[in-house]
Design a protein around this ligand. Structure first.
Ligand code: NDP
Length: 294
């Protein structure tokens, strides 16, 4: 039996970042304009610190300005809102990202809604959520957008295909479903209350797993030849005490049934930051009414 094509998110994201670098260089040359991304981190969560450092590094690599604001864990909510108001009106800042999760005393939704929708490069503001659903000019959440780019690169035209998205979070599942509807797929959104999930998944030409449960989607749930996008990132312990990252799909089983599949790590993961940079470039261009080949 032939094994599935492995969809190489590392390779695709390198290419995407190269194209962004070229566009940033062109903006600087022709308009004396440098896209700027502000990232705000509240507290010292180690995983969040790693994410913020990586975002800063990648932002600088593509030639953009990076502004990192690190605030103590006990920062009052009103101080964070004041910082965001300042970033909203700063012309050097075209994109604003507040690293989640926030400490419990801060109202996350209030913070998201304080960001100017034109600078909301995470795509979580209700204005962008609404525009994605209703067909307007949205900034689209990075992980689902990166997943869509990989799907289109692999399959070309997606119209008419049956897609099942497992997971309905605001960050991944729901925007992923909206993007697939926009591509004219027939979309089913499954979640923890879905009855007979294996049977639902078995109908799909495209399976997107965004659950947070290691190896939950099994090989015998898949339609032979389908395309699998595994968004899950789960750290599990090895017998020798070390640990490793796995996805939400049982990869060793799925690779024998699917036509193409993203690995974890090296699939969707690297696309997220590349799409954040793309959103920053798009936000900058839109704020200056510059046409980009999006
Ligand atoms: P959430 O916990 O917010 O959502 C998980 C979803 O999975 C929920 O809709 C939940 O259903 C559903 N679910 C949970 N258990 C089951 C089950 N047994 N059967 C069917 N559905 C189930 O997670 P996120 O969407 O934020 O993240 C999902 C995964 O993606 C995680 O592993 C996360 O680490 C990863 N991730 C990866 C990113 C990347 O850059 N590659 C970025 C963001 C996330 P219900 O709504 O009913 O509770």
């Amino acid at each position: 039996m032939t094994e599935a094509t492995i969809i190489d998110g590392n390779r695709f994201s390198v290419g995407l970042r190269e194209r962004i670098t070229t566009e940033v260089h062109a903006l600087r040359e022709s308009r004396r304009l440098t896209p700027g991304l502000a990232v705000v981190l509240v507290g010292e969560d180690p995983a969040s610190q790693v994410y913020v450092r990586t975002k800063h590094k990648r932002t600088v690599e593509v030639g953009m300005e990076s502004f990192v604001h690190t605030l103590p864990v006990d920062t009052p909510e009103h101080e964070l809102l004041t910082l965001i108001a300042g970033l909203n009106s700063d012309p050097a800042v075209h994109g604003i990202l507040v690293q989640l999760p926030l400490p419990r005393h801060i109202d996350t939704q209030k913070v998201i809604e304080a960001i100017d929708p034109a600078k909301d490069v995470d795509g979580f503001h209700p204005v962008n959520v609404g525009r994605l659903a209703s067909g307007g000019e949205a900034l689209v959440p990075c992980t689902p957008f990166g997943s869509l780019l990989l799907l289109k690169d692999q399959l070309g035209d997606l119209s008419g295909l049956d897609a099942v998205v497992v997971g309905r979070s605001n960050i991944v599942g729901k925007p992923m479903a909206q993007l697939l509807i926009r591509e004219s797929c027939t979309v089913t959104v499954a979640h923890s209350r879905t009855r007979d999930l294996p049977d639902v998944v078995r109908r799909a030409d495209i399976v997107v797993a965004a659950v947070g449960k290691p190896g939950m989607v099994r090989g015998d749930w898949l339609k032979p030849g389908c395309t699998v996008i595994d968004v899950g990132i789960n750290r599990i312990a090895n017998p020798d005490g070390t640990s490793r990252l796995v996805g939400d799909v049982a990869f060793d089983e799925a690779v024998k049934v699917a036509g193409a599949i993203t690995p974890v790590p090296g699939g969707v993961g690297p696309m997220t930051i590349a799409c954040l940079l793309r959103n920053t470039l798009v936000a900058c261009a839109r704020q200056h009414r510059i046409a980009l080949d999006e």
